[in-house]
Design a protein around this ligand. Structure first.
Ligand code: HEM
Length: 180
């Protein structure tokens, strides 16, 4: 039986051992400071761990009254709904923030405005009313809304579903069936 003996007098062995110890401590205790360039792909291993976990988005239901709290007026998250789907559009706060061109949509069901290509206030349903059924829209307007829906689905995070306020919840939901 042969016993492998580590020979410290050999500088190559010593260098190798130091390298292994260094690599192990990098894995066990990754540095918390941001590197100059943030790694965007996994190559040989991670060498940097963010201080905190990135924010997670919880998919949940919103009613017109709970959605309106996310109008960005307080500098917080901005949500809007299209055809029953709630999008987190905080990343587009230049559009939907208090001074944004489409700020009226923030915290609201934007379906009618998207369909009719109008950001006027009368496109919005009062938050205490049942959700807009959109039954009077023409086919081309529905198509228009579908186009915007796709744009938002590609650009923003879907974070919930718009349902009726409690007192209207026995009524049918407002979703227009978008032709696929
Ligand atoms: C005065 C006419 C308008 C002008 C000059 C205008 C201009 C623009 C510009 C420059 C963008 C940014 C495009 C990009 O960088 O991707 C944009 C996006 C957009 N516009 Fe308009 N727009 C007009 C009318 C409207 C109307 C009437 C609506 C109503 C629905 C509308 C809804 C939107 C939406 C939803 C976006 C996408 C924003 C996003 O990606 O979050 N726009 N518009």
């Amino acid at each position: 039986m042969s016993i492998i003996r580590y020979n410290f007098s050999n500088p190559i062995n010593t260098a190798l051992l130091l390298y292994i110890l260094y690599s192990v401590q990098r894995i066990l205790y990754p540095p918390l400071s941001k590197p100059k360039t943030i790694p965007h792909e996994f190559k040989s291993g991670y060498t940097w761990m963010p201080k905190t976990h990135p924010p997670t988005v919880l998919f949940r239901t919103y009613t017109p009254r709970t959605l309106v709290k996310f109008d960005g007026q307080d500098g917080g998250r901005i949500l809007l709904a299209i055809n029953g789907t709630v999008f987190d559009v905080t990343a587009g706060k230049n559009f939907y923030g208090p001074d944004g061109m489409y700020g009226n949509f923030a915290g609201h069901d934007a379906s009618r405005g998207m369909a009719k290509q109008s950001f006027e206030l009368d496109m919005l349903t009062p938050i205490d009313d049942p959700i807009d059924k959109l039954t009077d829209l023409r086919a081309d307007e529905i198509e228009n809304m579908k186009g915007w829906y796709d744009h938002f689905a590609n650009k923003y995070i879907i974070c919930g579903k718009l349902v009726e306020n409690e007192e209207h919840q026995t009524e049918a939901q407002s979703e227009v069936q978008i032709p696929t």
